[in-house]
Ligand binder design. Structure first.
Ligand SMILES: [Zn+2]
Length: 490
């Protein structure tokens, strides 16, 4: 079956079909209407933004004998001749013909008048690839062009063009095309092709194209559903974007500062074979979307996401500060650069996520000061202190030793909790019996510190055991302890 790529099939034939370059199209049309055509143009901009297409339309429009509002009519004899292979419109690729001979050849041939129309047009693609000698030969032609000659030089890398050439050309900068414009364009084409789609699916394609019309159509091509409707999830899986749901979970874990979930999330995603750089980019994109939800009142239209995904973003936006989001996006951007030199990209990503998770994103001088003080106090408390003599066979002695160590940490809540728990020695285990509240608190905040203190004092393993209150007397005791001045000495 003969299949034409969407990009070729829907290549614009008039200026009205050029997407997102209104500022350029208006000027060019104006020149045609007023008959003020220059001899040399420079079209610059990112790939796929319509430079060559516009050059071809312009080449036909200036020759058309029945041009309408600056557009080629596509019907007159000249337009028809120029649609096929015409020697009046010469398209060359400087990437493959960059030698001085080729430029000299142009210089000679350009002297012959056009066959069918008024102008002979040379479109030179990737002109920055020309050699120095070729540029010199081209310059000679641009300095004294015959009346009928028009040069359109196209390039993605304008900084590589010699200033002498630049000064002879009228320059037009092609912009990246916005997501809504790309999306509308894809929708138009899908409708013409009779393809059924979800709006969110088309939007996802437009986002992935990153401003390039050509990329948007080649992605749209790849995403053509075999049957049925094209959905958002289809596009995501075809593009190989890390499943948005997994990315959302990872972002959630970072926001909630949950190290376990962060490491598991990264493990799951990389195990699926996701590239770490891609992962960092997707994660950064997700934080960006949360930021949009947090700061823009029209975020729903801007993001154009399936409802459940938008709701997820909204929930996240409520639990995180703008400062932290900016910090996360900044960190991940720097990570992308560092990844190229990393021996273990995954570890780098893990470390960065943990760092973002534990930061508020704000430079908090008071907080830094507090943390510094705490760090200064901690080592002495954690060292097995010669002043602290513990009889390791006696549970009361161990319990008290730990109590002194905790007190040195100056964390009243930790001290209070420790005073309330019951302890037992069972074989190699030092069992701490606590109620549900105490258990959760120790587990969440103090387990590691407690473990270190115990290791410094004795050889026992720490075992946390949750014990349900059994008797009324127990309950009574716990009630009494709540918010009261508790004495712990026995
Ligand atoms: Zn015409």
């Amino acid at each position: 079956m003969n299949y034409t790529a969407l990009y070729r099939k829907y290549r614009p034939e008039t200026f009205d079909g050029v997407i997102g370059q209104d500022h350029i199209v208006a000027t060019l049309k104006n020149q045609i209407v007023n008959g003020k055509v220059s001899h040399a143009y420079l079209f610059t901009g990112t790939r796929g933004t319509g430079k060559t297409s516009t050059a071809k339309i312009f080449a036909r429009a200036i020759n058309c004998i029945d041009s309408k509002d600056g557009n080629p009519c596509l019907k007159c004899s000249v337009c028809r001749q120029l649609q096929g292979n015409s020697i009046d419109i010469v398209e060359m690729d400087a990437a493959s013909n960059n030698g001085v001979d080729y430029a000299r050849d142009i210089r000679e041939k350009v002297q012959f008048p056009p066959v069918s129309g008024k102008y002979k047009v040379y479109i030179i693609d990737e002109v920055h690839m020309l050699s120095q000698g070729a540029f010199n030969a081209l310059l000679k032609t641009l300095e004294e062009p015959p009346e009928h000659a028009v040069f359109i030089l196209c390039t993605t890398e304008v900084h590589k063009i010699p200033a002498t050439i630049l000064s002879r050309c009228m320059r037009f900068d092609f912009r990246l095309v916005s997501v809504p414009l790309l999306a509308r364009h894809i929708e138009d084409i899908y409708q013409k092709e009779g393809i059924d789609y979800d709006k969110e699916a088309v939007n996802a394609i437009a986002v992935a194209a990153e401003g390039s019309v050509r990329d948007s159509l080649s992605i749209a091509d790849r995403c053509r559903p075999v049957k049925g409707k094209l959905t958002y999830d289809d596009v995501m899986s075809i593009l190989g974007v890390s499943s948005r749901r997994s990315i959302a979970q990872l972002a959630e874990a970072v926001i909630a500062n949950d190290p376990g979930k962060i490491l598991n999330g990264i493990y799951d995603l990389t195990r699926q074979g996701k590239d770490v750089g891609r992962l960092a980019k997707d994660l950064s994109g997700y934080f960006h979307d949360i930021l949009v939800v947090k700061t823009c009142s029209n975020s729903r239209q801007l993001l154009c996401l399936p409802e459940d995904m938008y709701n997820m973003l909204q929930e996240s936006a409520e639990t995180v500060t703008t400062a932290k989001l900016l910090y996360a996006i900044d960190c991940l951007a720097r990570l992308e650069a560092d990844l190229r030199f990393a021996l273990s990209p995954v570890m780098l990503l893990e470390a960065m996520c943990l760092r973002i998770a534990s930061s508020t994103g704000e430079v908090d001088v008071e907080g830094l000061d507090r943390r510094l003080t705490r760090l200064e106090q901690q080592p002495s408390a954690l060292r097995s202190d010669s002043m602290l003599v513990v009889d390791r066979t006696n549970r009361q002695s161990v319990w008290k030793g730990v109590k002194v160590a905790i007190e040195r940490l100056k964390q009243p809540l930790f001290s209070a909790v420790w005073s309330e728990v019951e302890v037992e020695i069972e074989g190699d285990d030092f069992v701490v019996k606590c109620n549900k509240g105490q258990y959760n608190l120790i587990k969440l905040q103090y387990e590691q510190t407690l473990r270190e203190i115990l290791a410094g004092l004795t050889q026992y393993n720490l075992v946390l055991r949750e014990v349900a209150p059994q008797t009324e007397a127990d309950l009574d005791k716990q009630l009494k302890n709540l918010g009261t001045d508790v004495r712990f000495e026995k």
